[in-house]
Design a protein around this ligand. Structure first.
Ligand code: PLP
Length: 386
């Protein structure tokens, strides 16, 4: 990994093309033909790399994307999936069958999979919030396979110490998987901090344009290859068309995220000074509780921030409805700015008590900062807050 991230985003996974295409062409192809049975068997039996069948991921467009995905997280190997949940479910089935511990808040689909679906298959799952981490060693002692968390979390931007938790997990023979969706590889590299796996909902920053659904898993070859068989037979491989679209997005990843970091910081500072805002949660603010850790383990503070509006849930709803540039929509990481009120969307299914336990109030609005001019976004917020 000698080259910088922007160079890797542009040039990794772009094989030489005999026609001179500067980027990996799209093979909208399900199967690949061979000159002889001997040549076919070379690929089937793994003696030679090559294209074979698209659901296996053995399609040049998907393979090129995976090379790029591995390079941007500094990983030995990567697998591309049809969604972020596909990547997570394949990871849990391949590497979490003796048990998974989830730390902190997590994406709703992840929580449902871990809390109510994997236990139906006999997989033990455990959940600890940040103030319960002292119980982690005892759970690891029971023989758990995998520790899993997001950092920063949704929507309160809580941070977990990747290096410290990796060390603890490894001391108990467990592995660490980090969902790096919120930070993106531009701002955080969990593998370099000791994590064994990184998962992404590529639907968010990696795709970056709210126009594709995809997922990614990165790690060492030894650990990623067992997941390949699960992806193959669960049928979770990314489509070649989506793979080409995602590779295109990745070429501009660093430019997009750098701008989103800058704009989010400007918005956080502007809103902190606003009389109608009770609190701004953003890792880049010096008085944010996770700021010191963010400085240590992140290279940028991200494009996500959460604000708490004075006047409670109804006031927050009025602000969300009054915004014009920030579209009222779940999801995040795209070029267009989005706003969600977690109690009505991402955390709607939780009881008010459970939301309170997670530090989520009805007055919170989560902002995903896009690529519009920061001044215009601030003006939109000022107008809606008025
Ligand atoms: C969106 C999201 C997911 C799920 O990704 P999909 O691509 O929708 O399956 C998982 N984790 C996080 C943090 C997310 O934001």
């Amino acid at each position: 990994m000698k080259e910088g991230l922007s160079t890797r985003c542009v040039h990794a996974g772009e094989p030489h093309d005999p026609q001179g295409s500067p980027h990996a062409p799209l093979y909208a192809t399900t199967t690949f033909k061979f000159p002889s049975t001997a040549a076919l068997l070379d690929v089937v039996e793994g003696r030679k790399p090559g294209a074979l069948y698209t659901r296996y991921g053995l399609n040049p467009t998907i393979q090129a994307l995976e090379e790029k995905l591995a390079a941007i997280e500094g990983a030995e190997a990567a697998l591309a999936f049809s969604s972020g949940m596909a990547a997570e479910s394949a990871l849990f089935l391949a590497h979490g069958r003796r048990g998974v511990v989830c730390l902190g808040d997590a994406y709703g689909g992840t929580l449902e999979l871990l809390a109510s679906q994997l236990p139906q298959l006999g997989v033990p799952t455990h959940f600890l919030l940040a103030d319960e981490l002292d119980r982690l060693p005892a759970i690891l002692q029971q023989g758990v396979d995998l520790v899993f968390f997001e950092t920063p979390t949704n929507p309160v931007l809580e941070l977990f110490d990747i290096a410290a938790i990796a060390e603890l997990a490894h001391a108990h023979g467990a592995r660490l998987a980090v969902d790096n969706t919120f930070a993106s590889p531009v701002n955080q590299n969990p593998l370099a901090l000791g994590a064994d796996f990184v998962v992404h909902s590529a639907t968010k920053y990696l795709g970056g344009h709210s126009d594709l659904t995809a997922g990614a898993l990165m790690g060492s070859k030894d650990l990623v290859m067992p997941v390949w068989n699960w992806r193959k037979n669960l049928g979770q491989t990314i489509a070649p068309e989506t793979a080409a679209q995602l590779a295109r997005s990745l070429r501009t990843l660093t430019v997009r995220v750098a701008r989103q970091n800058d704009s989010a910081m400007k918005i956080a500072e502007a809103l902190q000074a606003h009389h109608a805002v009770e609190r701004v949660l953003y890792p880049g603010l010096p008085d944010f509780p996770g700021h010191a850790l963010a400085r240590r383990q992140m290279k940028g503070f991200g494009g996500m921030l959460t604000i708490e509006i004075k006047g409670g849930g109804e006031a927050a709803t009025r602000v969300a409805d009054a915004l014009r540039l920030f579209a009222l929509a779940p999801s995040l990481g795209g070029v267009e700015s989005l706003v969600t009120q977690p109690c009505t969307t991402t955390h709607h299914g939780l009881t008010p008590e459970e939301r309170a336990r997670r530090g989520i109030s009805d007055a919170m609005l989560r902002l995903s900062v896009g690529l519009e001019d920061a001044d215009d976004l601030i003006a939109d917020l000022n107008r809606a807050l008025a």
